[in-house]
Ligand binder design. Structure first.
Ligand code: G6P
Length: 372
């Protein structure tokens, strides 16, 4: 049954390995023969979606990081302003909401109280609420106007992995659907991105096949005092997620930064030998961004950092500044978090087990937090 580890030492390892399948399942049946997105669990009318003039994404923890990625994709594809906010902060700041606001609540469990309270507040203000959720019939989807289920299957390990990747997929689908019904992107352009999405399970599988060097490095890093993570654009939330995984599992000090922000303060943390995990954007497309991250990597290395670089296959420009270099398959920029997150999950899992921790049941944490 799904509740067994099927030979894996930890549920988390099993769930990391299940990611290609989880991504494929979440995409399954979402595109018809005309290239139309089939979001039939979405019960808002197309007119409701055309009226949307602002999107708020609310979530906690790992789900919040998927929402941060979604902001880049949704604004780029739909041209609708999109904000992402920690659910626990949302209602207390009295956000401006009305019936043309779409609030997207992302939650694996569908029971997180902070997210539920944010959703209830949004509904009181007459906003439309769309839930992205992994648990059929849970409270958050029950109280939402529309639901898009992720099909990750049950996630047992406290630290979220496969649910995160499927949340990303669901967010991309919501963005594409909004773009399509609003006529911002034509059906063939949307279909092109959906086709790129269909290639992602295979790419995630390729990454999983290349994880042995990450495991070896993890053992070397097990005694580090602190690990920093940097990224820009969609790699910034990936950096935050990498740091969160390490905190949750290894109980190590870890922090993620927007690479461009380093010079405004955090670079003072860099000392001789400080491990810095650098998530590098593709050199194609937004090439300027790539070059800026490469110079950020040079800057931290010049100050003594041990650089652990995750870059796209064929990116040779970054090689001279990488103490450890790991390549991921060539992927469109907005979809890259589906591949770049995976090595960070494996890194955290391996560091934690090298430190002797129970990866599935980290101290002080619960899978689902049902108090505010
Ligand atoms: C808890 C878990 C986290 C999770 C967060 C949000 O704090 O320990 O791993 O990301 O809740 O959970 P949700 O079920 O709403 O996605």
């Amino acid at each position: 049954s799904a509740a067994e580890k099927s030979g894996y030492e930890y549920f988390m390892l099993k769930e990391i390995a299940e990611q290609p399948h989880a991504v494929a399942e979440t995409l399954l049946g979402r595109l018809n023969e005309h290239g139309d997105l089939m979001l039939d669990e979405v019960r808002l009318t197309d007119q409701d979606l055309r009226d949307v003039d602002k999107v708020f994404i609310v979530a906690c923890g790992t789900a919040y990081h998927s929402g941060m990625v979604a902001k880049y994709a949704i604004e780029h594809w739909t041209r609708i302003p999109c904000e992402v906010e920690l659910a626990s902060e949302f209602r207390y700041r009295d956000p401006v909401l009305d019936r043309s606001t779409l609030v997207v609540a992302i939650s694996q469990s569908g029971e997180t109280m902070d997210t539920l309270m944010a959703l209830r507040h949004a509904k009181e203000q007459k906003a439309r609420v769309l839930a992205i959720c992994n648990t059929n019939g849970s409270t958050i989807p029950r109280e939402s106007d529309a639901v898009l289920y992720t099909h990750a299957g049950p996630e047992i390990a406290v630290a979220s992995t496969k649910a995160f990747l499927t949340q990303l997929v669901a967010c991309y689908l919501v963005g594409l659907h909004l773009a399509q019904v609003r006529g911002v992107k034509y059906a063939d352009e949307v279909a092109a991105v959906v086709a790129q999405l269909q290639e992602m399970p295979g790419k995630v599988e390729q990454v999983l096949d290349m994880m042995e060097p990450i495991r070896l490095l993890a053992r070397e890093l097990a005694e580090a005092k602190s690990v920093l993570f940097i990224g820009r654009h969609v790699s910034y939330p990936v950096a935050l997620e990498g740091a969160l995984k390490l905190k949750e599992l290894a109980y190590m000090h870890a922090e993620g930064f927007a690479a461009g922000e380093l010079k405004h303060g955090p670079i003072a943390l860099i000392d001789h030998g400080t491990p810095v995990v650098c998530v590098v954007p593709s050199p194609r497309g937004r090439g300027v961004l790539h070059d800026k991250v490469v110079s950020n990597i040079q800057e931290v290395r010049a100050r003594g950092a041990r650089t652990i670089v995750i870059a796209e296959e064929g990116d040779t420009a970054v090689a001279p500044y990488a103490d450890h270099l790991f390549y991921v398959p060539v992927t469109p920029t907005l979809l890259a978090p589906l591949v770049t997150t995976v090595p960070l999950q494996v890194l955290a899992c391996e560091i934690a087990s090298a430190r002797g921790h129970d990866v599935d049941q980290p101290r002080n944490l619960a899978k689902s937090v049902t108090v505010e």
